[in-house]
Design a protein around this ligand. Structure first.
Ligand code: ADP
Length: 480
């Protein structure tokens, strides 16, 4: 067995702000058949402590970045968790990164340095309870572990860093460096220094033994000035150890045949049952009843996700006869624009502001298509849910969306392999065109259900991708 310590700032189903949590929560189970045993190190936010229940710490610290801390281990469902219980850093409710007013917690630099530091101690074999062969860090919040392990003496674990979104880099003012417990030599261009500041993700990219990101196209995009967000030079220099592996979904959590959040569970052979789910969506979103095309959106409301393009496209979409149900939370301006659109188009556009996992399932199980007009998308998960639930993805041709959806062009339709629609974005015109194409295809029920069925047949599970991660671990340990 290969022993892996996964380190992340969120994990489904306990703490989730996005796809990162889904991945961290699902990968351990998928890796097990490949000879990989994973423990997941996460901050002990209140919901994590509550799920673990009372337990004797496996380790205690007198001082971790400003206060005492303990490590609490336990199982939650299939997950083997280790929680870093540092109340001064993590005993806070709500969003893991943001204070109630919406600004970053001012001590985020400390909180996630602490998480990475402790991960480094595991990787150095200092915590006898679990000595990993690999420390697998996810995103900037745990990326600094690669720096801690870089300066640690042998024997030590190898490090893998997965980039889920290069837009979040963990950049802090230079004085922070003095508190990180790293040797001064690392405060340099080939260390953690980043454009006159300290960059946690940058440090991870500099020192990790292997770097992955969540789709092959995104791996290419981040090596270009247009997609590299300031890190493309470093990423190009590390191209030899960079790979793109698409995410999967947990098909136990997402299974339309037994999904309790659906009004009517269904299979590819019983697609007509989706109509009951459509009725339930209409009711919940205050929409008119009808058999015409119903588009859905399930998204963080941000510029990245192209939600401004969506808001701009709504009037035309309604004018063409379509209906739209949007579930999302995020940017207040976008929330306002979507609420206004729903008011302008009663019965045609419904908007539920907020985060609602159950409603996300219902939308996938009853809407005809899901719109994903992202400007960039490292992998994306909602298109997988859509594929698996017969909710045809209409996506911009970027990152993981480009890699996982087969556009319904003439060749793909003739070969019967189309699973969705793609459009090259950057302008609203492309989006509008794709919506029109979707409506034309929907008007041909045979073509539409063929596309739904192709989508439902595609392998969206973790099995292939888990094998690739296991391969990377084996290579690093030279156990191939
Ligand atoms: P990102 O991580 O960039 O937000 P992904 O598509 O990778 O985007 O993952 C988003 C995850 O969060 C999916 O599981 C999706 O269903 C879920 N999600 C996003 N917004 C909402 C919402 N408002 N309510 C419920 N689930 C949501």
């Amino acid at each position: 067995m290969i022993k892996v310590l996964a380190v992340a700032s969120e994990v489904f189903p306990l703490v989730k702000t996005g796809g990162l949590a889904d991945v961290v929560g699902a990968l351990p189970k998928a890796l097990l058949p490949h000879g990989v045993e994973t423990r997941v190190l996460v901050p002990a936010y209140p919901p994590i402590l509550a799920a673990l229940g009372p337990a004797e710490p496996i380790y205690r610290y007198n001082d971790v970045f400003g206060g005492p801390a303990a490590l609490i281990a336990g199982k939650v469902g299939d997950l083997d968790l280790i929680a870093l219980d540092a109340p001064h850093l993590f005993n806070r409710n709500g969003n893991p990164y943001l204070a109630p007013g919406g600004a970053d917690w001012p001590d985020n630099w400390q909180r996630f340095a602490a998480l990475s530091y402790v991960a480094g101690e595991f990787g150095s074999g200092l915590i006898g309870e679990f000595v990993p062969d690999i420390v697998h860090a996810h995103d900037w919040q745990s990326a600094l572990v690669a720096a801690y392990l870089h300066v640690a003496p042998e024997p030590k674990a190898k490090t893998v860093l997965t980039i889920h979104n290069l837009a979040f880099q963990g950049v802090f003012p230079t004085p922070v460096f003095a508190e990180l417990r790293l040797p001064p030599s690392l405060c340099a261009l080939d260390g953690v220094e980043y454009y006159g500041a300290v960059g946690y993700l940058k440090a991870g990219l500099q020192f990790a033994d292997a770097i992955t990101t969540v789709s092959p196209s995104y791996a290419e995009e981040i090596c270009t000035p247009a997609g590299g967000m300031g890190l493309d030079g470093l990423l190009r220099s590390r191209r030899a150890v960079l790979s793109g592996i698409v995410n999967g979904i947990d098909t136990d959590v997402w299974d339309p045949a037994v999904d309790k959040d659906l009004a009517a569970p269904f299979t590819a052979a019983k697609l007509a049952r989706r109509a009951d789910n459509k009725r339930a969506i209409e009711k919940r979103f205050g929409l008119e009843t009808g058999d015409g095309i119903l588009f859905s959106v399930i998204s963080r409301l941000t510029w990245q996700k192209g939600m401004d393009l969506l808001a701009d496209a709504i009037d035309a979409l309604v004018a063409s006869g379509a209906r739209l149900a949007v579930l999302g939370s995020g940017d207040a301006v976008l929330e306002g624009a979507l609420s206004a659109a729903a008011l302008r188009h009663p019965g045609r556009v419904g908007f539920v502001a907020g985060y609602d996992e159950k409603l996300a399932h219902l939308l996938q199980g009853g809407a005809d298509a899901i719109l994903i007009p992202s400007r960039f998308e490292p992998c994306g998960l909602t298109q997988f849910h859509g594929l698996h639930y017969g909710c045809v993805p209409v996506v911009s041709r970027v990152g993981g969306l480009a890699d996982t959806i087969i556009d319904a062009n003439d060749a793909a339709l003739a070969a019967g392999v189309a699973t969705g629609l793609q459009f090259s974005l950057a302008d609203a015109g492309g989006f509008a065109h794709a919506v029109t194409r979707a409506q034309h295809l929907f008007a041909d029920p045979k073509a539409w259900s063929a596309m739904q069925k192709s989508g439902m047949k595609s392998d969206v599970s973790w099995s292939r991708s888990a094998a690739r991660y296991a391969d990377i671990y084996r290579r690093l340990l030279a156990r191939i």
